[in-house]
Design a protein. Structure first.
Length: 163
């Protein structure tokens, strides 16, 4: 008899917990990061900001190719001293190019990383605001094995980012 009362009491106490449904949703953060207007704008800013340096690198590479072709063409008629000087000149250009290219890549990556952090911060704010406004308990992003279309709010978050 005591055991029956204990079970009935436990069921009565646990019943309200099962009635509390949690509202959850899913977003595809890769799609959002790819399609957000802020991403498109950031990519354009990066392209504009680093265009001149990229053109300089291309010009340096073309100059190196030109020097190498000239050396190959003229090496048969050059003296040993002229060959050595031309080789040293090409090597110096290649070294300068590699240093400039390395600096370019580092600066580009540093700037891109900063922009991604800013975008992620904006995205986090928008998701939190959307979740609070629409009464979500959880909004999942990464690590979800399956999410039905009915809980996918990726497009709604993109719409919020466009505002």
């Amino acid at each position: 008899m005591k055991f029956k009362k204990l079970i009935i009491t436990a069921v009565c106490l646990l019943a309200p917990l099962s009635a509390m449904a949690e509202k959850s949703a899913y977003i595809n953060s890769a799609v959002i990061l790819q399609q957000a207007p802020q991403t498109i704008e950031a990519n354009q800013v990066l392209q504009d900001e680093f265009k001149n340096r990229e053109l300089d690198l291309k010009a340096q590479a073309a100059e190196i190719r030109s020097s190498e072709e000239k050396y190959k063409k003229d090496s048969t008629i050059m003296s040993d001293a002229q060959k050595k000087k031309a080789e040293e000149n090409i090597i110096a250009k290649v070294r300068a190019f590699k240093m400039t290219e390395q600096s370019f890549k580092e600066d580009l990556n540093r700037r891109r990383t900063g922009m991604i952090k800013d975008l992620q911060s904006t995205l986090k704010s928008v998701i939190q605001g959307y979740g609070k406004k629409h009464g979500y308990d959880f909004i999942f992003s990464e690590g979800v094995a399956y999410a039905s279309d009915s809980v996918d709010i990726t497009n709604q978050i993109l719409a919020e980012l466009k505002k």
